[in-house]
Design a protein around this ligand. Structure first.
Ligand code: KIV
Ligand code: ZN
Length: 396
């Protein structure tokens, strides 16, 4: 039987640039270096360390990241003008694998109202900016900002011009989170089918989450031929944020049967990485957040607890260990079943008879009717009361 080889999808992490643009998420130089080292351990392909033209502190932070990591490419963002590009290069030139990332908007609304430029002028600016960036380094990425609201014939011209001028990655962002999976995939397919030269470079997807479609859109782009995905840890970023990288990475890993693609990252470091980003930015991880949330492997319903105790795969599609979570948790509450109660008693090192287990079970349910959670301490008290024969007096 022939074994199909999975496509390698590169991961471009922009937690330190687009993620940092979220309100209240700015990071100091030391914090950026800590996160960058963790991203390097995780195995991302590119770390976008910042937007050096923004401030002197930002230039220093990008430089510090460039000096701190070795096994990963470091990118710096620059608008499509010489000052931005030169400043970006100064900040990353000592990195092991520097990448200049330059961008300009290509949608009618941005060209008319924001840039006041004609499509022809934008095309010329793209050629000039990439040619200038290439005078510093070979690794140049170009982004057509607001690509998902750009006209496809113009995007084809833009991509052709970018490739001709020397870009090795062309990114087609869904800057305002407007795309749908079908539309975004179609855009990649069109570019690839109309431009044979697009096979020579890497097309990249960059999704925002305004409609909550970031993960679906990134996966659709991969199906359409994108070879790189851009996003942030925990999905932090402007407005509703960027696509959460951990979601796309695990979707490819868990559903490799469908996508035939993988990132090759050490996914066991995902929870640890999210915890660090959360600590540094002060943004809490929602308990129900996919992959990294505290409840991602928690079960309260008795039917689920029973299933998980028999075989975790009944209600878990990946192991907690595969994302670096501590383990699954059987939460005690009013939906808990006898099987989970027995398991809890066992894990407390106790052995109780059937009648006693029944008393503990009833007491847990009674308490759960009165308060949101039954804590470990509550449970211990119940077990002790039952053991000492005071089970009937346990609070109900
Ligand atoms: O969302 C976007 O378009 C961007 C670009 C600068 C790549 O962040
Ligand atoms: Zn963005």
């Amino acid at each position: 039987m022939a074994i199909e080889k999975k496509r390698h999808i590169r991961v471009f992490d922009t937690t330190l640039r687009d993620g940092e643009q979220a309100p209240g998420c700015s990071m100091t130089r030391t914090e950026k270096v800590r996160v960058a080292r963790q991203l390097e351990a995780l195995g991302v392909d590119v770390i976008e360390a910042g937007f050096p033209i923004a401030s002197t502190g930002e230039q220093e932070a990008v430089k510090a990241v460039s000096d701190a990591v070795e096994r990963v490419s470091v990118a710096a963002l620059a608008r499509a003008n010489e000052t931005d590009i030169r400043t970006a290069w100064e900040a990353i030139k000592d990195a092991a694998a520097p990448r200049i990332h330059t961008f300009i908007a290509t949608s009618p609304i941005h060209m008319t109202h924001k840039l006041s430029m004609t499509p022809k002028e934008v095309l010329q600016r793209i050629r000039d900016a990439i040619t200038y960036a290439r005078s510093f380094c070979e690794n140049v990425e170009f982004s057509a900002e607001d690509a998902s609201r750009s006209e496809i014939p113009f995007l084809v011209e833009v991509t052709a011009a970018a490739i001709e001028a020397g870009a090795v990655v062309v990114n087609l962002p869904d800057t305002v989170g407007y795309a749908t999976p079908q539309g975004y995939r179609h855009m990649f397919e069109e570019i690839r089918s109309q431009l044979p030269q697009a096979q020579r470079i890497c097309l990249s997807a960059h999704c925002h989450n305004d409609l909550g479609l970031g993960t679906a859109n990134s996966l659709a782009a991969i199906e359409g031929g994108a070879g790189q995905i851009e996003g942030t840890i925990m999905g932090i970023g402007e407005r509703a944020g960027n696509v959460a990288l951990e979601e796309v990475i695990m979707a490819l890993k868990v559903r490799g049967d469908q996508y035939q693609a993988d990132t090759g990252l050490d996914t066991r470091l995902l929870c640890e990485t999210a915890a660090l980003v959360s600590e540094v930015t002060g943004v809490g991880i929602p308990p129900n957040k996919a992959i990294i949330g505290h409840n991602a492997f928690a079960h309260e319903a008795g039917i689920h607890q029973d299933g998980v105790l028999k075989n975790a795969m009944t209600y878990e599609i990946m192991t907690p260990a595969s994302v670096g979570a501590l383990g699954n948790r059987l939460v005690l509450g009013k939906h808990s079943g006898r099987h989970a109660i027995r398991e809890h008693i066992r894990s407390c090192g106790e052995t109780l008879g059937d009648d006693e287990v029944e008393m503990v079970y009833r007491a847990v349910l009674g308490l759960a009717d009165l308060q949101k959670n039954v804590t470990q301490a509550d449970f211990r008290n119940i077990v002790n009361a039952v053991k000492s024969g005071k089970g009937e007096t346990v609070k109900r």
